[in-house]
Design a protein around this ligand. Structure first.
Ligand code: MG
Length: 245
């Protein structure tokens, strides 16, 4: 697992070994104890590419046709927060929702990556919450406003190894401990190779960029004071609370 941390105004990524963080410094390594570091979001992306409808069970729930091509949209990097960061409820919004998603973190700059080569551009995986101002999403044609508020892109806690088999992982949301979403990544409409080929045909992907792969059924509302957890098997638990702006 890889995390991103701050210590003495220096920001760096490090490898997590138990409660120790190993930071490579060229020829030598520094070791820190997790508790002495400030934990940040594990990546600092140049962009976040989100996939709209990508779970067959969610399409069924919404009574929507299975899309023929991925529907994608962007979230800005200014929306990113890490594990235990606060989701700020904007005072101009009437309803915000959680959306549990598997995040793929890109490992190197790439363009036009064919399906069979996607494993060479993946740094690893993390949990993601595509927080959405649902009332604004319904009001607007474009989703930029509803998806882009600061703190609307929690990601973490860490980035897994790239070799993790993500073809059939359990993905869950709990709000204040109550189960709200419960599905498996085997319900993806578009698999990762197809998604990365499709997106990298359009835009250059940079190291650290996030692809959020869509949410399963059971999306619902968050209130001020709620604690929301996104849990993905073999990846971790991303926990955030909701505060008033
Ligand atoms: Mg989403």
């Amino acid at each position: 697992m890889i995390g991103r941390f701050r210590y003495d105004n220096e920001v760096f990524q490090g490898v997590i070994r138990g409660d120790r963080i190993i930071v490579e410094r060229g020829l030598y390594c520094d070791t820190f104890v997790l508790s002495e570091l400030e934990m940040l979001a594990p990546t600092n992306p140049s962009k976040i590419i989100c996939v709209g409808l990508n779970y067959v069970d969610h399409a069924r729930e919404l009574d929507m046709m299975i899309p023929k091509k991925p529907l994608i949209f962007l979230k800005p990097p200014s929306a990113v927060i890490g594990h235990l960061g606060k989701i700020v409820y904007p005072d101009t919004v009437e309803r915000i929702d959680y959306e549990a998603e598997l995040a793929v973190v890109i490992g190197k700059r790439c363009k036009k990556v064919p399906c069979e080569n996607v494993s060479s551009v993946i740094m690893g995986y993390a949990c993601f919450n595509d927080v959405t101002a649902r009332d604004l999403q319904k009001e607007d044609v474009q989703w930029t406003r509803s998806k882009s508020f600061d703190t609307f892109a929690p990601v973490g806690p860490f980035i897994t190894e790239p070799g993790l088999d993500i073809s059939d992982l359990s993905i869950k949301t709990r709000v204040n401990g109550k189960l709200r979403q419960d599905s498996r990544t085997s319900n993806f409409i578009f698999g990762l190779p197809e998604l990365i080929e499709f997106i990298s045909d359009i835009m250059t992907l940079e190291a650290g960029d996030i692809i959020a792969t869509g949410t399963p059924p059971g999306v619902g509302e968050l209130s001020v004071g709620d604690e929301v957890e996104i849990e993905i098997e073999d990846i971790g638990v991303l926990k955030n609370s909701v505060v008033r702006s």
